[in-house]
Design a protein around this ligand. Structure first.
Ligand SMILES: [Fe+2]
Ligand SMILES: [Fe+2]
Length: 281
């Protein structure tokens, strides 16, 4: 069933995840890590989440336009931390959106860094907004800080209407370009499997060459700072009632079973970041 879902998707176009919620990801053909910006269109208002890198800007912008929204309808740019793979295109976005009402939203720890990209738009701190953005229709985006997972000011965003959780680098996974799927394909054997060794070293894995768990493990081991920060973040994710988890990199987890399985996996990791280098404390 999940393979059919991916089979019918044209990744050269925006992909609707729920009503008014789109994946507008770039290709990152320039050697960077492929990333997933997301667009929410609510009546006349657009919100772009983790808008993408500079090399991906033209692809992302084309897909935004293909949804039917005009650039000037984008009112908010949300940045869940400050890495270049999500913030690099801020100057391009400011220029094409081009109105004074554009607002950038982020957490206070990120703002001094985001200021190095943003030269026009006013930056609002989500702490001052009570950790939520209320759109004109009343639709709310709720923000949940996940400190040091991986930046001091990292957070994740729940769209209350669709129950989609935009998890930023958390739950990220990066496959080879020819093996990547927008929606994670997890046969039943994978849901209870704990073998996340790299391909070729995972004798009990039912999908030894394309195991998504090994991709999740590798990504978190390299990007997150330590076990404690990751496990704290997973506790926060697990407290959020999401029906889909859409990370900034890799495949989307689109069933509650898949979401529970990926959280379980993240909790089991004991070699993240500095803990991988120094060994357990
Ligand atoms: Fe990051
Ligand atoms: Fe990232």
């Amino acid at each position: 069933m999940h393979a059919v879902l991916n089979h019918n998707i044209d990744l050269d176009k925006p992909v609707q995840l729920s009503r008014g919620v789109y994946w507008v990801g770039g290709s990152s053909g320039k050697g960077g890590v492929p990333a997933n910006p997301y667009l929410i269109i609510d009546n006349e208002e657009g919100v772009l989440i983790d808008g993408g890198s500079r090399p991906d800007f033209s692809t992302v912008m084309r897909k935004i336009l293909q949804t039917g929204i005009a650039p000037e309808q984008i009112r908010y740019l949300v940045y869940q931390h400050y890495d270049p793979d999500l913030c690099g295109s801020i100057p391009n976005l400011e220029q094409i959106i081009g109105h004074k009402n554009l607002r950038i939203l982020s957490k206070k720890e990120n703002i001094p860094f985001i200021r190095h990209y943003a030269v026009q738009a006013e930056i609002l701190c989500i702490d001052d907004l009570n950790l939520q953005l209320k759109l004109a229709s009343g639709r709310r985006l709720l923000f949940y800080p996940t400190p040091y997972a991986h930046s001091a000011g990292s957070f994740v965003t729940l769209d209350e209407t669709s129950s989609i959780l935009f998890s930023s680098d958390l739950c990220g996974n990066v496959a080879q370009p020819d093996q990547w799927k927008l929606f994670a394909e997890l046969p039943d054997q994978c849901l209870s499997c704990h073998d996340f060794s790299p391909p070729g070293h995972n004798p009990t894995c039912p999908n030894p060459q394309t195991c998504i768990w090994s991709l999740v493990h590798q990504f978190h081991r390299e990007v997150m700072p330590c076990n404690r920060a990751l496990h704290h973040a997973v506790q926060i994710l697990a407290s959020i009632n999401a029906i889909m988890v859409a990370p900034q990199h890799g495949s989307i987890f689109h069933t509650r079973e898949h979401i529970q399985a990926v959280y379980r996996l993240l909790r089991s990791f004991k070699d993240i970041g500095i803990d991988h280098i120094l060994g357990p404390a």
